[in-house]
Structures are given as structure tokens and as C-alpha cells.
Design a protein. Structure first.
Length: 444
């Protein structure tokens, strides 16, 4: 049910304050102000899902937009160009840290407020939902004195939370940590943070070049967006610095491919790359109302193929007054790749994609799908949530690696598994021998 405000008697300032505070208390991650022809609709994103919150009559829309622009430091006279701003304030004893974005649309301006919550970052990486095996890998990777560790995922999958948690872990008196960000999302005492400003030439690349004369131990690049930044970050990682950064890719393999597409030399990538943390966010089951049910035939076969487990019962969402349709909060599902010497050698020798994939997805790597299904079995989320995040072809690919190829039909209650003898692929030693015979090493 939509919330109703008394616009004729309630000041627009109070209305905005109440929307901000109420959305924060509901654990919303975003507030959308969508302009329509005769009104403005306000929606909030809770646990990754947008829900209608209230409607603003057209005659109050202009005042509402102006108020948001004023408190976020935006130009109130400009409505034809996109703008960015931020709100840092305390309203009704609620500390607000909000990123604001506006764009022009055919019906007027659309404004989106991203509510930043750093409680998880401050709690440490041990609270981010890593499995015991993945947690040990992460600790090992960030303990390296040099190399580059990448946190990857789509927009809004918690990459910044993970990076800031790592920085908190590394923030010690004996370390000089410098970050380059756009924007600076969280002020951390003891860390030197640089806000980029492309208008005056302070880009990620120019800032990176400068800070290496500042004797850093750890460098954090907010995001690798272009080839120049990628190359400088990689070279920094092989000259005695630990580099942290983020990249918009879905998994470990696509991260390596993206860096190659950015024209990073393969021998440098092989030397510099220490680890990759790929993650996505799934809705978390409400502990108050979740209940067990029998697994379907499809679910049984899926869990057997991917986890090699016989599971007869699984949890499902129910819904109660404590949650939103059976879910409350979100949890991360992760894929952590510790780059070993075998993968480094394969990268140096430009091994083909299929062989590289086989090297990456060994028994030592828990894929996103495996991690998600494990958490579904544990009752943290549901299989339905995981299958929304992992595409069907990825399921088929992972099952194939186990010498089983699932045929997932439109009727998801069935999963036909057929065994297929695959052609034997050459081993890494075969590839090395052939590479030497072809004099491929001379290019290095």
C-alpha cells in the first residue's frame, strides 16, 4: 500500500526528510523518483527489488526536485543535462550518506538516490559470507606484498563493500595506503584518499603515475575503466606494490579475458595477477518464516550434478510481517580464484580459452553456482534466487566439466542427464612442448 503524505499542509522539506529516513530504516539501497506525465512516482529498492512507495502530485514535483538538488549540491537551474551530487547529513538521529544522480527524460527529470551503508565494510571481511575455503584464499591473497587483486561483479553487487573491508584489514600503522576513487565513498582514518577530477586532468591514470612517488605499500584504484589505467595498475603490481581494484565482469574467466581485451601484455598479466574475487548478491531467506519442502526432480539432479550431493529437502520462501515475500536482506555468493603457477604459465603462453577455463575451474575453485547452491542447501537462500543470477548455459557448462551434460528443457521439473565421452585435450606439458617447438617463447 502506497504511503500518503498531506502535501497541502506538510512542508516539502519535511516530506523529503521523511522519505529519506523511512527508506533508510527499511534498509532500502536506492530511492527512485520517476517523472510521469501527471505525477511523480517514488519507488524504493529493498533486497534488490523495486517496490512502489508513494506518488507526488504534479504541482509539487518542481519543489521536490529543487529541494533534493539543493541538499545534494546540484545546480537547480539545470534540468537539461545529467548531474551528480551527494547528501551527507543527520536527520532524526539517522546518519545519511547518499549519492544522487539526475537525468532528463521526456516527462521531466528522473532522480535516483543511492543510500550508502558501510556497516558491513566496518565489520570486516569475515562477515561478508565467504565460505571457509574462500575466506582462507582471500586472506592469503591480500597478505601478498605485491600483485593485483581484483573484485568483480555487476553494478550493485557489493564490490565496494568487499574492497573497503579488505582496506580495513590492511590499514595498519606500518603501511602507507593510497586510494584513487570516483567518488570517495567512505572516509577511512589512516588512509590517503584521492578524488579524481577529469575536468582538470586528474584521472585514474595520472593519479596512479603520481602516487608511486609517494612510497605506497598498498594502492586501491576505485575501478579499472580503460586500457591505460589497466596497464599502469598491472605494472605497479609487479614493482613491489599490492594493488586492489574493481572490474565489471561476471566471473574469474571473463575478468582475465577483459584485461586481455584492454591490451595488457600477457606476460605482465601472468606476473602481476594474484587473485580474483567475483561476486553477486542474492536475496536472503527470512529466518522467521522459511520452511523446508521436498526437492523437485529437477532440483535433485541439479544438486547432484553440481555439488555431488543427494538432497531430499530444501528451504523455500513463505512470507511474514518480518520480511518481504519471504526474504530479508541479501547475501553475497562468491567465486574466489587464487592464481597459481600453472595458470600464470598458461597466460604467458597464450593458451587457448578452453584450456585456460579447464585450468581455472578445477576442484580447488568453488564457482558462483556451486557457492550459491551450497548456501541454498544451508537455508540461507533459495535455488530460485540462484537460478535468477546464473544463466542456463553456465549450468550446462559446469555440469559438462563433470562429464555430464544436462539438457534443461522448458519444463524445469525435468533434467535429463546424458554422459558424453569428450575428446582428450592436450595437457599443459603438451602445450609447453609445442610452444617451445614453435619458438613462441622468442616473443618474450
Amino acid at each position: 500500500m502506497l504511503k500518503v503524505f498531506k502535501f497541502d499542509s506538510m512542508p516539502i522539506v519535511d516530506i523529503i526528510n521523511e522519505i529519506l529516513v523511512d527508506a533508510t530504516k527499511k534498509d532500502a539501497s536506492d530511492i527512485h523518483f520517476d517523472s510521469h506525465e501527471n505525477f511523480m512516482k517514488v519507488r524504493i529498492r529493498v533486497d534488490g527489488q523495486l517496490v512502489d512507495y508513494t506518488e507526488i502530485p504534479q504541482k509539487y514535483v518542481r519543489n521536490l526536485i529543487t529541494r533534493i538538488k539543493i541538499i545534494s549540491g546540484m545546480n537547480i537551474t539545470e534540468s537539461r543535462l545529467p548531474q551528480d551530487g551527494s547528501i551527507k547529513s543527520t536527520i532524526k538521529d539517522v546518519d545519511l550518506d547518499i549519492r544522487v544522480s539526475s537525468i532528463p527524460t521526456s516527462n521531466g527529470e528522473k532522480i535516483v538516490l543511492r543510500i550508502l551503508d558501510y556497516k558491513r565494510s566496518l565489520s570486516g571481511i569475515e562477515t561478508l559470507g565467504f565460505s571457509e575455503k574462500n575466506y582462507k584464499k582471500v586472506v592469503k591473497m591480500i597478505s601478498s606484498p605485491n600483485g593485483i587483486v581484483l573484485v568483480t561483479g555487476a553494478t550493485g553487487t557489493g564490490k565496494s563493500t568487499t574492497v573497503y573491508s579488505i582496506l580495513q584489514r590492511l590499514n595498519k600503522e606500518e603501511s602507507n595506503i593510497i586510494t584513487i576513487e570516483d567518488p570517495i565513498e567512505m572516509d577511512i582514518e589512516g588512509i590517503n584518499q584521492i578524488q579524481t577530477n577529469p575536468e582538470i586532468g586528474l584521472t585514474f591514470a595520472t593519479a596512479l603515475r603520481a602516487i608511486f612517488r609517494q612510497d605506497p605499500n598498498v594502492v586501491m584504484v576505485g575501478e579499472i575503466r580503460d586500457s591505460e589505467t589497466a596497464k599502469i595498475a598491472i605494472r605497479a603490481a609487479i614493482t613491489g606494490h599490492l594493488v586492489l581494484s574493481t572490474l565489471h565482469t561476471n566471473d574469474a574467466l571473463s575478468t582475465i579475458e577483459r584485461l586481455m581485451d584492454m591490451d595488457v601484455e600477457k606476460y605482465l598479466l601472468a606476473s602481476a595477477l594474484t587473485g580474483i574475487i567475483a561476486q553477486q548478491l542474492a536475496r536472503k531467506l527470512c529466518d522467521e518464516c522459511k520452511k523446508k519442502r521436498k526437492t523437485t526432480e529437477f532440483e535433485k539432479k541439479l544438486l547432484k550434478d553440481i555439488l555431488n550431493k543427494d538432497i531430499d529437502e530444501i528451504y523455500e520462501a513463505v512470507g511474514c510481517e518480518h520480511c518481504h515475500n519471504g526474504y530479508k536482506g541479501r547475501l553475497a555468493i562468491q567465486e574466489v580464484l587464487d592464481i597459481n603457477q600453472e595458470i600464470k604459465d598458461a597466460l604467458s603462453m597464450n593458451v587457448r580459452k578452453g584450456k585456460l577455463k579447464d585450468l581455472i575451474y578445477t576442484n580447488d575453485v568453488t564457482t558462483l553456482l556451486q557457492d550459491g547452491l551450497e548456501k541454498a542447501v544451508q537455508g540461507q537462500t533459495t535455488i530460485e534466487e540462484i537460478l535468477k543470477l546464473i544463466e542456463i548455459d553456465e549450468i550446462e557448462s559446469e555440469a559438462k566439466q563433470k562429464n555430464k551434460k544436462p539438457n534443461i528443457e522448458n519444463n524445469t521439473d525435468k533434467l535429463v542427464v546424458t554422459k558424453k565421452e569428450e575428446e582428450k585435450e592436450p595437457t599443459l606439458n603438451d602445450v609447453v612442448t609445442k610452444s617451445i617447438d614453435d619458438d613462441l617463447y622468442t616473443s618474450f
